[in-house]
Design a protein around this ligand. Structure first.
Ligand code: NAI
Length: 340
């Protein structure tokens, strides 16, 4: 059985790391037929009229899974985020970012194994900003009870499914009493009604950050709204080796997009030195998703093979520069392929 997946290489380092990941999947004989679609600046450069072409959205809707490289968003002006638009358009409401220590990557902490679950469609990322009068702007934080209940149920379901024991909700409901207040009330409600077997805790996010950097091993599943999830994901990446080693999935009821936590890294784009591991790990998550969706253990076995190969490559000292090594993107991908 073969499966079709959409490949959106993205901008900056996106094409370099995405194609390295595809090469690894192909060497592992993953039964994936790719359809390449454009998004972001790459779409405009390819002659598309929109940053997020309808054809890309329709292709993802049709084939239900995509592997995506990062898309650049200009800072402090210019166009709105293509990534946010994609997640909203496809209603990919749950972002899952597993953060785990890797044997070959020495950091301050061993045994980190946590998962950031981020609400992906609301909060300040609703993008509602107004200049009320010159020098005064407002940004509206949107929270709906429906989305808060939905992401809470998603996080607890994930915890049960993955045999995880605890969900910690990060919030700022002491200040944002209505929006974050509703977020924690919904999480509590879902926990008490459906998942009492999971340990549940709430932490104000500033203190939670301190605890995270003091001892991340006390955490298991972290649940939070959009902006907090964005920031905490990068913080957690820093605990296990950086943005080069943390994958992610954006999940909805109909389809899913798998992408690394990192961005398009313009500072190193085109140099052939970006770490392709985060997107390769995201591709492994994609294979496991396909395996579950189609009840096909042979695809899960290929995912495990790739995971074992990159774990071994790291343990044997094969590393890109972000991890203190010397390998380029293609060389590291080859090192993984050699260990499949
Ligand atoms: P970034 O994640 O692109 O880079 C931060 C730092 O980490 C840079 O020094 C970069 O070189 C390094 N880095 C990131 N990925 C790496 C990799 N695979 N290997 C080695 N080093 C890596 O974040 P930044 O610079 O804040 O954002 C750049 C652009 O990316 C912005 O336009 C931003 O909007 C966009 N972005 C897109 C995302 C997405 O498409 N999902 C997510 C985050 C940012």
């Amino acid at each position: 059985m073969r499966y079709t997946a959409i490949l959106v290489p993205g901008d900056g380092i996106g094409p370099e790391v995405a194609h390295a990941a595809c090469g690894i999947l192909s060497a592992a004989q993953a039964p994936i037929d790719w359809i390449e679609c454009k998004a972001g600046i790459a779409a405009l450069e390819a002659g598309e009229k929109e940053l997020l072409p309808t054809s890309t959205i329709e292709a993802i809707r049709k084939h239900r899974v995509a592997l995506k490289g990062p898309c650049t968003t200009p800072v402090g002006g210019g166009f709105s985020s293509v990534n946010v638009a994609m997640r909203k358009t496809l209603d990919l409401y749950g972002a899952v970012r597993p953060v785990r220590s890797l044997d070959g990557v020495k950091t301050r902490f061993d045994h980190v194994d946590l998962v950031v679950v981020r609400e992906n469609t609301e909060g300040l990322y609703a993008g509602i900003e107004n200049e009320i009068t010159q020098g005064v702007v407002t940004s509206v934080k949107v929270a709906t009870r429906q989305a808060c209940l939905r992401i809470a149920d998603f996080a607890f379901r994930y915890a049960v499914h993955r045999n995880r024991k605890k969900v910690s909700v990060f919030h700022k409901a002491n200040i944002m009493k209505l929006s974050d207040g509703m977020f924690i009330r919904c999480a509590r409600e879902v926990h008490d009604a459906k998942y009492p077997q999971i340990v549940y805790e709430e932490l104000i996010i500033d203190a939670a950050c301190m605890r995270l950097v003091q001892d991340p091993t006390r955490f298991d599943v972290l649940l939070m709204e959009n902006l907090y999830g964005d920031v905490i994901s990068d913080l957690c990446a820093g605990l296990v080796g950086g943005l080069g080693v943390v994958p992610g999935a954006n999940l909805g009821e109909q389809c899913a997009i798998f992408e690394a936590v990192h961005g398009s890294a313009p500072d190193i784009a085109g140099k052939g030195i970006a770490n392709p591991l985060a997107i390769t790990m995201s591709a492994v998550m994609m294979l496991n998703y396909i395996a579950e969706m189609h009840d096909d253990p042979s695809v899960a076995a290929i995912a495990t093979r790739i995971r074992m190969a990159y774990d071994r490559a790291l343990v044997e000292g094969c590393k890109t520069r972000d991890l203190g090594g010397t390998l380029g993107t293609a060389q590291f991908a080859e090192a993984i392929i050699a260990r499949l």
